[in-house]
Design a protein around this ligand. Structure first.
Ligand SMILES: *Cc1c(COP(=O)(O)O)cnc(C)c1O
Length: 487
């Protein structure tokens, strides 16, 4: 046997001293980046030469880490989404937090795959799920799983619902063996992930029946009962109601207590999409808004929204842990469970589709430990109060019109021109929004509610101050007046 001529290669640096020095710089730059965020534009367009850098070929040879890092500082960080900025209110994001960033770094250093195994990371993941259960006042024997986000958390809940309500063993027989087609119900304001879920579950988008909403954008319970009766009469199997606790358009919260009663009476699964509003449960001034959520059979929530966990982190909670496990548990011969050793304990992959799982629990765990739940509750109340303030300012401003009730932290409004057709208003308000984005002043987005276009501000941000909202209103009125006068 001959020894290899060269020593084996590794990804570890030849010189840890240089890497340590660079790492210290990364931390210094990160702290600077976050502590000065307010002084920068919220967002800016990428120049063509930067865009071109993301089209280069796969590198075959090495580059010193310091140079790779320089490239990133110059070409990546300035062109971020901007949701860490105090005046980002687009779509529905969280604004991340520094402790979570540290946690992501430590999680990668720990390196554990949290699909299962007898490791501290797995125990910590379970603990975070238990904490989220307790925060939602869900029973202690319920189960849950951390997911990439809310879409996947809803998917987990709806998959368990499908299997529980199918009337056949769907895992073995497949959806073609369903004796009657299943129907799921949600309001016409429900998030698009539910239709995607129906499609992926093999039920087809027509399995999702959208129930109309009134001027409050809440699911009409009367219309729901009618739809269930109609479907039953037509030989379908009403299976599940998806209530939304905080719709994406306007933040409307469905009447979960009434929906729970309908589900109990009609033998339907009660799922809550709480990606936006579930966590209001921990907010002392507003927790009454999500009364009844604790009655759900399954809840989807999103720590990367109102807990500001860096992306990604969602969570599905299931009241019936046996059904949850029965939906996903499966072990190849290479994954046999053992009473002792590294494979001891339940595999977390038995509670979802994914086998390999990231150590996303740590970023939730560290910031919950650091701040305590009460602080997050206070921040949620603060955002809701800020939205109420914004709505009040809009109502007092003659050029602006509030377009929907604003029960939580989402405000839909527009620059109003008396007598102008809808198409003109859409054009002007879109232009106002784009100018705000392109100037880097603020990032609202837009939507259409009950046929009317509006600018939409979702204040899910722990850095926003009232003065930021005042600035937004000043700029919208200024830009709107300019555009109106040049018509
Ligand atoms: C954000 C959101 C989702 C999707 O969650 P992701 O984390 O983006 O996958 C689902 N439902 C509602 C109501 C949401 O606001």
């Amino acid at each position: 046997m001959s020894m290899p001529k060269d020593p084996e290669v590794t990804l570890d640096p030849a010189d840890w001293t240089a890497v340590r020095a660079l790492s210290h710089r990364v931390v210094d730059d990160a702290v600077h980046h976050l502590s000065t965020v307010r002084s920068r534009p919220v967002w800016q367009e990428m120049p063509d030469n930067v865009r071109a850098r993301y089209l280069t070929e796969v590198p075959q040879t090495s580059t010193p880490l310091a140079a790779v890092y320089e490239d990133m500082i110059e070409n990546l960080l300035p062109y971020a989404m901007g949701n860490i900025h105090p005046r980002f209110w687009g779509w529905y994001m969280g604004s991340s937090n520094y402790t979570g960033a540290l946690a992501d770094f430590i999680a990668a250093v720990d390196g554990s795959n949290v699909g299962g195994g007898n490791t501290a990371a797995v125990h910590l993941d379970r603990q975070v799920v238990s904490w989220l259960k307790a925060m939602m006042q869900f029973p202690a024997d319920a189960s849950g799983t951390l997911t990439s986000g809310g879409s996947m958390a809803n998917m987990v809940g709806l998959t368990v619902a499908r299997n529980a309500m199918a009337g056949v063993d769907v895992r073995t027989q497949g959806v073609t063996s369903l004796p009657r087609s299943l129907r799921f119900y949600a309001s016409d304001q429900a998030h698009s992930c539910h239709q995607k879920a129906m499609e992926m579950l093999g039920l087809g988008s027509r399995a999702l029946r959208l129930v109309p909403t009134g001027p409050d954008f809440q699911l009409s319970v009367v219309a729901l009962e009618q739809a269930i009766a109609q479907d039953r009469a037509a030989g379908l199997r009403p299976a599940c109601v998806i209530a939304t606790a905080g719709t994406t358009n306007t933040g409307a919260i469905d009447d979960m207590r009434s929906i729970a009663q309908v589900c109990r009476r009609e033998d339907l699964w009660f799922h809550v999409d709480g990606c936006i509003g579930a966590l209001i449960k921990i907010a002392p001034a507003n927790c009454g808004l999500v009364e009844g959520i604790e009655l759900a059979d399954s809840i989807a929530l999103d720590p990367h929204k109102w807990l500001h966990t860096p992306f990604e982190a969602g969570c599905a909670l299931l009241r019936d842990s046996a059904r949850h496990r029965a939906t996903f548990s499966l072990h190849g011969e290479y994954l046999e469970e053992k009473a002792r050793g590294i494979a001891a304990g339940e595999f977390l992959s038995d509670y979802g589709f994914e086998l390999s799982r990231s150590f996303k629990a740590l970023k939730i765990w560290m910031s919950l430990k650091e701040h305590g739940v009460a602080k997050f509750g206070q921040l949620i109340d603060q955002n809701i109060a800020q939205a109420a303030y914004l709505a009040t300012v809009i109502k007092a401003e003659p050029k602006l019109k509030l377009m929907a009730p604003s029960p939580i932290n989402i405000v839909c409004f527009r620059y109003q021109i008396e007598g102008a057709p809808e198409s003109d208003l859409k054009e002007i308000n879109t232009e106002i929004m784009l100018r705000l984005q392109e100037a880097g002043t603020a990032v609202p987005t837009d939507t259409t509610v009950h046929g009317q276009h509006c600018i939409r501000v979702a204040i899910n941000n722990h850095r926003t101050r009232r003065e930021d909202l005042d600035l937004l209103i000043r700029e919208v009125v200024r830009l709107g007046t300019e555009l109106e006068n040049s018509r």
